[in-house]
Ligand binder design. Structure first.
Ligand code: NAD
Ligand code: DAU
Length: 339
């Protein structure tokens, strides 16, 4: 089995590559990643010397490069993680989100059509469903919840999902889609809530909570997401969408307070800042379908997962320090100064 994993130098893609190489020692895994600000070869260091692994630095939007790779490798599957993934950046500059997330997806699927494929899997997000009201804890996203996006990021992911389903219906491409809730764990880029708060707290810097911090996210440990995708690509039904989430809803403010507690830092570091534009209130996944059809259940409790994650950031400063001391400084200044 040969699998092209796009975006494998980022957070979830790298964790997926580690999972697959470990679980399937006879699979060949090719990582296709153009190394944007969010991708790093240092993340893939643990597998670079593995003879079953190959790294290719190209963009999924580059048709010639993608076709060349298909001609060289004859992949059985493509798992597409490659994306611009940060909502705040999409609000500042939507264009690159459309290029990578929509056009890139179409380029990959065109290559799948041209050369043949057993499975094209699209890694999507619960954000395509929009948000849920805080006062309706009985409501959850199911696979049939209408697409109703809020940000340029979620709209670009929804556009890609619709294209994937269209390629299935029109061309018979054997596709699956998974829509997951918020992930956390090792190699999470420091611009995102949990790593940002851990690293700022370690430096005794202000912890910038948007609005009142009452927005709710449904957190899943990244390894559990990777195991779910593994099940979907092997056993999921072609043409189907699978929601992934672990019924672990938490308010942002409670996460930040927990991080302060775990690190022994004062809550006085918490600073309420201007809210994100169009900020989604609550995400909550109903994972009944993947549980009933594929037997998936999350394995890591949040209380354990957050401890493991904090420990990982404490032990791996060599991974994140070069990131936060480089171009990230300009990003941080632009997004958070005078907020
Ligand atoms: P990330 O930003 O950490 O990593 C994205 C990776 O894609 C990087 O390595 C980057 O270099 C690469 N990339 C970007 N543009 C590319 C291009 N044009 N060609 C090739 N590579 C490119 O993202 P992540 O958090 O790991 O998310 C991975 C996927 O999972 C995304 O599709 C995202 O929408 C989806 N997702 C993320 C979460 C989450 O909580 N992080 C939850 C649900 C779904
Ligand atoms: O739900 C899945 C999505 O989760 C993925 O599709 C996205 O790729 C991923 O980035 C994530 O999106 P969010 O917008 O939920 O994640 P983020 O870490 O940016 O923010 C989480 C919450 O924390 C959100 O309500 C905004 C808030 N926040 C975020 C940052 C960066 C703050 O209050 N302060 C911050 O500095």
């Amino acid at each position: 089995m040969t699998i092209i994993v796009t975006g494998g130098a980022g957070f979830i893609g790298s964790n997926f590559i580690f999972h697959m190489l470990n679980k399937y020692p006879d699979y060949r895994i090719i990582c296709l990643d153009c190394l944007t600000y969010a991708g790093s070869l240092s993340t893939l260091e643990p597998v670079m010397d593995n003879p079953n692994f190959r790294f290719v630095k190209e963009s999924i939007t580059d048709r010639a490069a993608v076709e060349k790779l298909f001609e060289e490798e004859h992949p059985d599957m493509v798992v597409n993680f490659a994306a611009e993934s940060h909502v705040d950046r999409s609000i500042e500059n939507p264009q690159v989100f459309l290029d990578t997330n929509i056009i890139g997806t179409s380029v990959l699927m065109d290559a799948c059509r041209k050369y043949g494929i057993k499975r094209y899997h699209q890694v999507s997000t619960d954000e395509v469903y929009g948000d849920l009201p805080l006062d309706r804890p009985d409501m959850f996203f199911t696979e049939t919840t209408p697409i109703h996006t809020s940000s340029p990021y979620s709209s670009s992911k929804a556009g890609a999902d619709l294209l994937v389903l269209a390629y299935h219906r029109t061309y018979g491409l054997p596709v699956t889609i998974s829509r997951c809730s918020n992930n956390y764990g090792p190699y999470h880029f420091p611009e995102k809530l949990i790593p940002l708060m851990i690293i700022n707290a370690l430096h005794d810097k202000p912890l910038p909570v948007y609005g009142e911090g009452l927005n709710v996210r449904d957190w899943l440990y990244v390894e559990d997401h990777c195991k779910a995708i593994d099940l979907v690509i092997h056993n999921g039904r072609v043409g189907e969408v699978y929601n992934i989430g672990g019924h672990n809803e938490m308010k942002n403010i409670d996460i930040v307070k927990l991080i302060c507690k775990e690190l022994g830092k004062p809550e006085s570091l918490i600073t309420y800042v201007t809210d994100r534009k169009g900020h989604d209130m609550r995400y909550a996944i109903d994972p009944t379908k993947i549980h009933n059809e594929l037997g998936w259940l999350p394995e890591t409790m949040f209380t354990d997962g957050i401890k493991k994650t904090i420990k990982w950031y404490l032990d791996n400063e060599a991974w994140w320090e070069p990131i936060v001391s480089g171009e990230y400084q300009n990003y941080y200044e632009k997004m958070y100064a005078n907020r």
